[in-house]
Design a protein around this ligand. Sequence first.
Ligand code: DI6
Ligand code: FE
Length: 408
Amino acid sequence: MSEAERPPQVWRNVRLATFAPTLPGIGAVEKGALAIRDGRIAFAGAEADLPGAALAGAETIDGEGRWITPGLIDCHTHLVWAGDRAHEFELRLAGASYEEVARAGGGIVSSVAALRAASEDDLVRQTLPRLDALLAEGVTTVEVKSGYGLDLPGERKALRAARRLGEVRPVGIRTTFLGAHALPPEAGGDKDRYIAEVAGTMLPALAAEGLVDAVDAFCEGIAFSPEQVARVFDRAAAHGLPVKLHADQLSNLGGAALAARYQALSADHLEHTDAAGAAAMAASGTVAVLLPGAYYFIRETKLPPVDLFRRYGVPLAVATDCNPGTSPLTSLLLAMNMAATLFRLTVDECLAGVTREAARALGILAEAGTLEAGKRADLAVWSVERPAELVYRMGFNPLHVRIRAARD
Ligand code: DI6
Ligand code: FE
């Protein structure tokens, strides 16, 4: 039985955090009900308003006052990788910086060697425990970036493995091509030539194979310049693909403004973004994806300018950045706690940041991210008294049940 063939369900006696744009804050509905039919939300609102038709032929469930949120969305991960970087972690504990490890041939490039040596099956197998950890906390959609292949076969293998995750687990997978992540060792230091290959060969080939939902790049001194990123983005635009950017993580190269110039869905990290960058993002509707796991793990001290983002009205999302080098984090609940504690996001901002705003950052808000009739029935049901508990606790998982009722 496919998920969509399940009988209709009605949850009564629940509280809803709908995140509907018409309601303030988290869009709370106390004394709520939620109906699912054909894998879609048929009704989400006050139980008193539940139409009789929603009950026809439906299984009725007493939610016992539990809270229902949209299924959580992890909108920035590098989930598919091989091996681990625990040794590098030890080097950094002994005093080496992330940049020093990268310059010494460690870092991203060591994950490239491991990924190239792994088979597609291997990649799926090694990634599943990480995916399962996310799903166990109510995640129903995960963005997965490539960027550890850095050649056409490697990037293809990673993106195919990512897509397969969505076949073996009930989860939505959005794939992002991140060929411009790092310079592969065989490039001999020639960044321009490698970028020409990313933009001219890899991107068109992978897009033609239907493996790419969005295109990302790492704009940084240790990675690629704004001009090089722009060449990749121009090609993405020519293929009608939306872009995202690792921007202003370790220094300010004007990444946020660059992303905004290309109407990027999101600019991510942003610790070093300035007022001009925030203003540009607001004007283009680009979401600021905050990644407190990486901030914590590399002991960054520069805080992302959350107040600036608020002042200019930049939407805020929160994600794990799950990757082997700077954020081996497989808990979106903990990412919310870190965003609150380290970045001083409010509880409502954290919760919206892993639901509605994360959907916006992936360009899937019409389908997911809020509890509104017509959207996919991607839900998380929580055994909590108040939604703040999802942000406040550390290492505790109050998920009652996760529902992923329809395919993308
Ligand atoms: N920024 C990051 O934090 C990760 N990638 C990126 O562009 C790091 C990836 C890694 O070190 O493996
Ligand atoms: Fe990242």
